[in-house]
Design a protein. Structure first.
Length: 466
């Protein structure tokens, strides 16, 4: 036993205790524990430091060790909800020197089923600290809270503390509720407050689409007001309650039908029919189906109307002889596609015939059906190219019936289109140009109640009076 006891010192905040081992001395565990006890050190003793203190100090200088350390109290952390989306303009666009397009507001975000929209980060309670003498240190904030949760809206669920979309749709967030809409709805106009719309869903706008703005949708678009020099693109049908109009900058495109109150100085393109409930003035229309303006005024004045299956209106042109072009394109279009198809069929049949002549009909049949015979024939002839010929024959043989079926369908479409007519119920004014396929007819004097059809054998347009 040593006559000298270990020296134990405690920091002013009682968070650390140090032990000093004099040179050339070693202490027992009991001696060190007794020294710590006398100083009141009873918490946070470091085992590694204690082991070192039990060894003889071979140094000529005193050895001081951190023998105990208290724990700092930890403040409670409130829970929060971490959004996995960001509404608003990207920072890189704001910081760039490029001109910002204020019509792109980034207010709306398309989401997929199963996508995590937000995550709840749970609150963490505070932890009591302790000095090396065992005094408790209470945190200022003991209890963490989650002050508010966002409500779970439609097509959203909470699972494992995550807000998850249960359907494809449009993310909506009003600061209180997270929801996903399968329909994109605008209660007013599409303008600077809403911004351009680019969504793969149904779009309904109760008001109008203002000049320069864009609506792109993967499904139907329904506009309750007007389209004013705006752009509407849709992979389904478009309905415009009032008109499509402007100064020539409006463009409306749909893969399906377009139904509208009236059309003025605009471009309208449809994969189906275009139906105007009143008039069409100085516009360019193109429809795979029909263009129809038989209700209201039912007038088509100026511009050019192109349709695949027919054009019907009450009045074409005007008394002032404004040039108005009415064109049926269907027969011509299908004829061109069919001719291209027939050309490919002839090319494939020529390839098949050459391979058949090269190998012989019987041998070709055997090599097509029997891989072993094919390998044997290649070894005997030392011509690996024979396998290439066989593969090419199989490929072209598979393609041929597909092309023949396509040609058959095109022929049907062409025959139906050739039966299409331009029907004008009342006046056809001077200055109107009727075109069917390659055949053109200029109206030089007003005609009443006519049906125009193409006579492709005689190369002229027939006129039938109603």
């Amino acid at each position: 036993m040593n006559n000298i006891a270990p020296i134990v010192e405690i920091s002013a905040d009682e968070m650390r205790a140090f032990i000093t081992i004099p040179p050339a001395l070693a202490f027992t565990k009991e001696e060190i524990e007794e020294a710590l006890k006398k100083k009141g050190v009873n918490f946070g003793i470091k085992e590694e430091a204690l082991k070192t203190a039990l060894q003889k100090n071979e140094s000529q200088l005193p050895l001081q060790l951190l023998i105990a350390e208290g724990t700092i109290p930890k403040e409670a952390i409130d829970g929060k909800i971490e959004l996995k989306f960001k509404l608003g303009r990207p920072l890189e666009e704001i910081e760039s020197k490029a001109k910002i397009d204020l019509k792109e507001t980034y207010k709306y975000i398309p989401v997929k089923e199963g996508q995590v929209l937000a995550e709840i980060i749970p609150p963490v309670d505070g932890v009591i600290g302790k000095t090396v003498t065992g005094k408790q240190l209470l945190p200022t904030k003991k209890k963490g809270i989650l002050s508010a949760k966002f409500r779970v809206g439609q097509n959203v669920k909470i699972e494992n503390n995550q807000y998850i979309a249960t359907s494809d749709g449009m993310l909506g967030f009003d600061g209180r509720e997270i929801f996903v809409l399968k329909e994109f709805r605008v209660d007013g106009d599409v303008g600077y407050d809403v911004g351009n719309i680019h969504v793969p869903y149904l779009v309904t706008v109760k008001g109008s689409v203002e000049e320069g703005f864009v609506v792109e949708a993967g499904k139907d678009v329904n506009i309750g007001g007007d389209v004013n020099d705006a752009k509407i693109i849709c992979n389904a049908n478009i309905k415009v309650q009032h008109g499509i109009m402007g100064t020539g900058k409006a463009v409306v495109k749909a893969t399906g039908d377009i139904t509208v109150g009236f059309i003025e100085q605009s471009t309208v393109i449809a994969g189906g029919n275009i139906v105007s409930k009143d008039h069409i003035i100085n516009s360019h229309l193109q429809a795979e189906g029909k263009v129809i303006a038989t209700s209201g005024k039912g007038t088509i004045v100026g511009g050019e109307i192109r349709a695949g299956r027919g054009i019907e209106c009450r009045v074409a042109g005007s008394p002032s002889a404004i040039k108005t072009k009415l064109t049926l394109t269907g027969g011509l279009k299908y004829e061109e596609e069919r001719n291209e198809c027939l050309k490919k069929i002839a090319e494939i049949e020529e390839i098949l015939a050459k391979i058949k002549i090269t190998l012989g009909e019987e041998r070709l049949k055997l090599l097509l059906e029997n891989e072993a015979e094919l390998q044997k024939f290649i070894r005997l002839t030392h011509k690996p190219i024979i396998r290439t010929l066989i593969l090419e024959y199989k490929k072209q043989s598979a393609l041929l019936p597909q092309l023949k079926e396509k040609e058959r369908l095109l022929l049907e479409e062409m025959e139906q289109s050739q039966n299409s007519v331009i029907k004008i119920q009342q006046n056809v004014f001077e200055g109107t140009v009727i075109t069917i396929g390659h055949i053109e007819l200029m109206i030089n004097e007003t005609m009443k109640g006519c049906i125009f059809s193409g006579d492709f054998q005689e190369g002229k347009i027939k006129v039938q009076f109603i």
